[in-house]
Design a protein around this ligand. Structure first.
Ligand code: PAF
Length: 321
């Protein structure tokens, strides 16, 4: 009898505990050890800490739940909770965000982070909020560079005829057509195999991603073109956030800020250590690049944004000091 009562008590207690904590899944495209993985874990840890265990979480890394575009759609229909994504596919949902994807716009990390942490970043998070998504905080992917299996790329002429995977982003595709490559949009989970099988010759991503994805196994050359800054953003599903109290919403904000800070710290670390890692793993790293001819040719992509929204946002971003 005593055991029965103890057993019943334990069962009731466990059910109550299980019911009282809410499990959050944080999806992203990269490995748990990547800068996104570090950010996802920081999100989960902070959320659990500030909610005193009311929320717990787990990562769905490496595109387990689809590419970035699929995961954003999942947020809109409520099948995903939280996603850390680049802005690559986001302009297809929130076109104003294309302003951030313009090539050779941000001077350096300081310029990009100040822009996103200031008024412009807040305005764009609000725009995201008008499109069945909740923009919690700006995070980071990093400055993108070109890798390929064929030859060292030092000038735009070296890009001629190269089949280059780009994100599903019309600004990036127009920029690469302008620079002479043949852009092939593709979701990231398909990329490694496409490089391995020679479906595409190359791709472009920050050092953070090239190292996390071990692209040295399928690519010989990396050219430090830094042609575009790639922001990331912590997004949540309105169907999750709308059901929360103000206090709970604040916990999610705190978790997002902690996530972005952890990701940026990891980007900083890899900007220092990552290039050495690429060399150690056999990639030829091309650093002597004159960016001006690339920038001139990529300029054609500005009209993708400016024709619709004018130059105001671009001028404001350039003016951020
Ligand atoms: O190339 C991409 O699609 C993105 O940079 C990635 C790797 C998914 C990170 O956001």
């Amino acid at each position: 009898m005593k055991y029965l009562i103890t057993g019943l008590f334990t069962a009731v207690f466990l059910t109550t505990t299980a019911q009282s904590e809410q499990r959050i899944v944080v999806g992203h495209a990269l490995s748990p050890a990547s800068h996104y993985g570090v950010g996802a874990q920081a999100f989960i840890d902070k959320l659990t800490e500030v909610s005193d265990g009311a929320f717990v979480g787990e990562q769905a890394p490496a595109g387990q739940l689809g590419g970035e575009r699929d995961m954003i759609e999942g947020l809109q229909i409520g099948s995903m909770d939280v996603v850390i994504t680049s802005t690559g596919p986001l302009g297809n949902f929130v076109p104003e965000v294309f302003a951030l994807d313009l090539p050779f716009l941000f001077r350096d990390y300081d310029h990009a982070r100040k822009t996103l942490d200031g008024e412009i970043g807040q305005e764009l998070l609000a725009k995201i909020g008008e499109n069945d998504l909740v923009g919690l905080a700006w995070s980071e992917n990093g400055f993108r560079h070109v890798t390929n299996s064929q030859r060292p790329v030092r000038t735009p002429a070296d890009l001629n005829g190269l089949k280059l995977r780009t994100m599903e982003n019309k600004v990036h595709m127009t920029a690469f057509s302008g620079m002479g490559a043949s852009p092939t949009p593709m979701a990231f989970p398909e990329l490694f195999t496409a490089l391995q099988q020679g479906v595409v010759d190359g791709q472009e991503n920050p050092v953070t991603v090239i190292t996390a994805s071990k692209f040295w196994e399928v690519q010989n050359y990396v050219s430090l073109t830094g042609h575009v800054y790639s922001p990331a953003v912590v997004l949540a599903s309105p169907s999750l956030i709308d059901g929360l109290s103000d206090e709970q919403k604040d916990w999610f904000m705190q978790a997002s800020v902690a996530s972005a800070a952890a990701t940026r710290a990891e980007v900083n670390r890899l900007e220092e250590a990552g290039v050495a890692l690429l060399r150690e793993n056999g990639m030829e790293v091309i650093t002597d690049i004159d960016k001006a001819p690339f920038a001139d040719l990529a300029r054609a992509s500005y009209s993708v944004y400016i024709d619709e929204y004018g130059t105001e946002m671009v001028d404001r971003i350039i003016a951020v000091k």
